[in-house]
Write a protein that binds this ligand. Structure first.
Ligand SMILES: NC(=O)C1=CN([C@@H]2O[C@H](COP(=O)(O)OP(=O)(O)OC[C@H]3O[C@@H](n4cnc5c(N)ncnc54)[C@H](OP(=O)(O)O)[C@@H]3O)[C@@H](O)[C@H]2O)C=CC1
Ligand SMILES: CC(=O)N[C@@H](CCC(=O)OP(=O)(O)O)C(=O)O
Length: 326
């Protein structure tokens, strides 16, 4: 049995991963934590989310005593906190010997120069960063076993990289074009004008400047054009990707490339049939669908995930289970 502390447990991804860990026979919840001055400290998770009425734990403030208790009792921490909070907490717990599963972007780039540009801070924890592995579970399982610092990928990069990585041998210099729509939970639980009911419609944002563009580029090893959109639904991401493949690439080549997922219980692939967000919401699954025009060399592949599940919490759980071998 592995004991897991969840920090940021009152947020959308934190509550989701709490429910997954609570349901797992090989894992136990050491405790749920929020910031020291949180308005929710002392409240039960079930009071915030009645859907989790079966989960008995209350939210504790992350005081120095709470941190000492985590170090004494837990095997790992999940950080479901914003990037700058994860930056320091990850190093604190990693340096005390715990495994760290960070859902934020604070450890996803090996190159420290990316952080001021995309996250607005200097990376102050370079020794820990050097140990970090990108937790794209289907691709990096060996490294996830071997390090205690796992940077769980972002939601859009998970959808995009799962679709594009098998195609790597067939890519040319032409940038894949990724158009992706996310549900509003992607922006987290805190109140913000642009995510309020009357404001949400369907619109692109972060055009030619979203931090997930360099994340996808880095972990694909190829430049991409990435345009996210906010849609008027709660959960889920649909990424539709258009890419021109090397001359001579055949349908059989593409089918063979995607057969890398044949044994995956999570990723399923269909030819000439496209996924729907509703079919993956509340599941850990990624559904891919592709169609290829051999005359022009253009391939369209669509990738659907639940942003809070495969895009964060269930991928975090995959990483925990791979890391601990449970
Ligand atoms: N939402 C999504 O679809 C995805 C999110 N992510 C990433 O996961 C992380 C969490 O996102 P999300 O769940 O949406 O965020 P939320 O805003 O919903 O939740 C943030 C949580 O962090 C807590 N928190 C804030 N400050 C501190 C602190 N100093 N110490 C301890 N806890 C703190 C908050 O509680 P309180 O303020 O009351 O203390 C809350 O529980 C972010 O880095 C996000 O970028 C990654 C993939 C997908
Ligand atoms: C709809 C929405 O706002 N989505 C978030 C992405 C959430 C996520 O995956 O991101 P991290 O890289 O922050 O972990 C955004 O565009 O910033």
């Amino acid at each position: 049995m592995k004991n897991i502390a969840i920090i940021g447990a009152s947020g959308y991804t934190g509550a989701q991963i709490t429910s997954l860990i609570h349901a797992d026979a090989n894992l136990a919840v050491q405790g749920l934590y929020v910031s020291e001055n949180s308005l929710d400290k002392g409240r039960k998770l079930a009071d915030l989310y009645p859907v989790y009425s079966h989960i008995p734990y209350a939210l504790s403030p992350l005081s120095d005593e709470a941190k000492a208790k985590i170090v004494a009792e837990a095997d790992a921490v999940v950080l479901a906190t914003e990037h700058s909070v994860s930056l320091t907490l990850a190093a604190e717990f990693y340096n005390k010997g715990l495994a760290v599963f960070d859902l934020s972007g604070a450890y996803r780039f090996a190159d420290v120069e990316q952080y001021p540009k995309w996250y607005g801070f200097e990376h102050t924890e370079q020794a820990v960063l050097a140990q970090a592995v990108y937790g794209l579970a289907e691709w990096n399982s060996e490294q996830i076993k071997q390090t205690k610092m796992i940077a769980v990928p972002g939601c859009y990069p998970t959808a995009s990289l799962t679709a594009l990585k098998p195609l790597k041998p067939f890519l040319t210099d032409a940038f894949p074009v990724i158009n992706a729509v996310s549900g509003v939970t992607g922006a987290g639980r805190k109140a913000q004008l642009h995510t309020s009911f009357c404001e949400v419609s369907l619109t692109p944002y972060g055009v030619l400047g979203h931090r997930h563009q360099p994340e996808i580029t880095t972990h694909l090893g190829q430049e991409v054009i990435f345009t996210p959109h906010l849609g008027n639904f709660k959960r889920g991401i649909l990424a539709t990707i258009t890419v021109q493949l090397k001359p001579g690439t055949t349908e059989a080549d593409i089918a063979k490339a995607y057969s890398v997922y044949d044994d995956s219980p999570i990723v399923s692939v269909k030819q000439n049939q496209f996924p729907k967000v509703d079919d993956v919401v509340l599941t850990p699954n990624c559904h891919l669908g592709w169609k290829y025009d051999a005359n022009t060399g253009y391939l369209v592949v669509a990738s659907a995930i639940d942003n809070l599940m495969k895009g964060a919490a269930s991928q975090g759980l995959q990483c925990i289970k791979i890391h601990f071998g449970v």
